[in-house]
Design a protein around this ligand. Structure first.
Ligand code: NAG
Ligand code: NAG
Ligand code: NAG
Ligand code: NAG
Length: 368
């Protein structure tokens, strides 16, 4: 009897430990995208148009030094890696020959677009691109890396089916560049089908390469972003959502992109029934924060940037975060917006945990 009870107890402990330590669900994570998920590539690429991300206050919160992340601390992809008990994704451009990267790599580059650079050069706005490392360039980097990770088709398929692929967020910059040179919403909407096609093309390519588990995030509510709120400031009260102070038209545009993306992903699921293609909704959780900032601990509000050089949303294009004339707030944890364009670690944590809760069966104890 005692023996039986003991065995039962041991079994319970065993079950409890397998649940709370959530056995490695994925062996690797590969990420493609822009500044929302870049963990160092842009900085390593040596491009000089935004070098302040290589200086404090960038990185002050968690890493305590700048890492090339466009935030005070961790990004959504860092929280995803934590949830699956995998190391933070090393930036592809930091990989040295012989370095271990069997747990994945990050190909995202700040400023990157879904469409290739040529598209912007043809439209005569190529000069404002921060980087030419578009989604296709990033996919080519992955293919190069893949040849060093596995050789036979069998070996590659086995490895890649246990890997998680994040395709985005990407596409936001395709619209940003167009908007910053004066494009109106009608022109932005006209480019959505191409941008969405670039994203689904890349997703298909990865599936053809052997990816099975894929996450494709949509855009954030950009009408709540300090940069848009500043650049498209309007004297007309009706342009703002009375519930949160965000620009209605820009948020409707982000939703339009997201809906087109969701439809295109549904088609992809029909084409590749063996693949698990998850749409990651960043819009809804970010919007929840701006509806009830205090409820989520954002006592300084969600629209004003923590780090900036003045103005109604603390975004000043002549004194952006990290430049002379700007300064960072005391406690970034109470802000959702970091530098006017990007979010704080606190906001990214909430969005990441919402995604993990909604789409993956990970135990809450691993979400800290
Ligand atoms: C992108 O490529 C073009 C043409 O090769 C080059 O002139 C430009 O400097 C590149 N831009 C960046 C940001 O690397
Ligand atoms: C998507 O792929 C198709 C087929 O290869 C190609 O014709 C099309 O131009 C691609 N679209 C974009 C936006 O890259
Ligand atoms: C924006 O920054 C410039 C340069 O530091 C400064 O002269 C200007 O007063 C700032 N604008 C606001 C609204 O704070
Ligand atoms: C995720 O789920 C856990 C457990 O149900 C909950 O405590 C936590 O608040 C959720 N987080 C988010 C961001 O939804």
């Amino acid at each position: 009897m005692i023996m039986k009870a003991f065995l039962f107890f041991a079994l319970l402990c065993f079950l409890a430990s397998t649940v709370s330590t959530s056995p490695l669900r994925y062996e690797a994570i590969f990420n493609f995208g822009d500044s929302l998920s870049d963990t160092g590539n842009f900085l390593l690429s040596g491009a000089l148009s935004f070098p302040v991300i290589g200086k404090l206050p960038y990185g002050e919160t968690f890493f305590r030094h700048p890492t090339g992340r466009c935030s005070d601390g961790r990004l959504i992809i860092d929280f995803v890696a934590e949830a699956f008990r995998l190391p933070y994704l090393p930036p592809y451009l930091a990989l040295k020959k012989g370095q271990a990267f069997e747990h994945g790599a990050n190909f995202a580059v700040a400023g990157a677009t879904a469409m290739d650079a040529e598209y912007f050069y043809e439209k005569k706005i190529g000069a404002i691109l921060w980087t030419n490392s578009s989604l296709n360039v990033q996919i080519d980097w992955f293919k190069k890396l893949k040849s060093s990770l596995c050789t036979s088709k069998q070996e590659c398929d086995n490895y890649l089916k246990k890997s998680l692929f994040f395709v985005g967020e990407i596409g936001g910059n395709d619209y940003n560049y167009a908007a910053f040179v004066g494009g109106n919403i009608k022109q932005l909407r006209a480019s959505v089908p191409l941008v969405v096609e670039a994203i689904t093309n890349a997703t298909s390519l990865l599936i053809e390469e052997g990816a099975v588990e894929l996450v494709v995030p949509g855009n954030l509510p950009i009408g709540c972003s300090a940069v848009y709120l500043t650049l498209f400031q309007s004297p007309n009260k009706g342009d703002y959502d009375p519930r949160n102070g965000c620009l209605k038209a820009m948020n409707a545009f982000a939703k339009y992109h997201n809906n087109q993306l969701k439809k295109a992903l549904q088609k992809l699921r029909e084409k590749y029934p063996h693949a698990n293609i998850i749409y990651a909704d960043y819009y809804a959780p970010a919007k929840r924060l701006s509806h009830a900032p205090l409820h989520y601990g954002f006592s300084s509000g969600t629209l004003t940037a923590c780090c900036g050089g003045g103005g109604p949303y603390n975004f000043n294009n002549s004194a952006r975060c990290g430049h002379i004339g700007s300064k960072a707030c005391e406690d970034p944890n109470t802000y959702a917006n970091w530098d006017g364009i990007h979010l704080t670690e606190a906001a990214y944590r909430y969005i990441a945990h919402s995604l993990i809760n909604a789409s993956f069966n990970v135990t809450p104890s691993s979400l800290t």
